[in-house]
Design a protein around this ligand. Structure first.
Ligand code: DCM
Length: 142
């Protein structure tokens, strides 16, 4: 017997936002959001939403190219997943700077490279804090 069922998920798959713990010479890049108003002035790991059909590493490379004008190589995923607004989750990958010097081209008004001892010196978005702590533990010496 064949039977087809059409299930309507009660919790549709969340929109995935990928962000990069971008490393260069022993420092981690922090980006200060310029919008929207409720997030402006807070610091984040730069990234953005996956586009349809896109893999997470691919999305990360595209977002950091668009937002910062740099080429990066994704590394490992930082374990965990953090809720954003309803229906959105944050996943974080480490990434290494391949070329370019990051500039705040979109969504940000300031960038800072932070050494391990400086990681608490900016006001991170609450949802980014666990990933930043993990990223700090993985910060390469150089
Ligand atoms: N976001 C976040 N932390 C990040 C990156 C993004 O909380 N490190 C949030 C901000 C937005 C949403 O994800 O609500 C989509 O990001 P964007 O507007 O940059 O595409």
């Amino acid at each position: 017997m064949t039977e087809r069922t059409t299930e309507t998920p009660r919790h549709p798959a969340p929109v995935v936002v990928v962000a990069g713990a971008l490393y260069d010479r022993g420092r981690l890049l922090a980006a200060r959001r310029s919008a929207p108003a409720d997030l402006a002035g807070r610091w984040e790991l730069p990234g953005g939403k996956l586009e349809p059909g896109e893999g997470p590493e691919e999305a990360l490379v595209r977002e950091l190219r668009e937002e910062l004008g740099v080429e990066v190589e994704p590394g490992e995923r930082i374990p965990g997943e953090w809720p954003l607004k309803p229906g959105y989750v944050l996943r974080v990958w480490t990434a290494r700077l391949l070329s370019g010097e990051p500039r705040p081209l979109e969504d940000h008004d300031e960038l800072r490279w932070l050494s391990r001892s400086e990681l608490d010196s900016v006001d991170w978005l609450d949802q980014d804090r666990p990933a930043v702590a993990e990223a700090g533990l993985r910060l390469p010496e150089r």
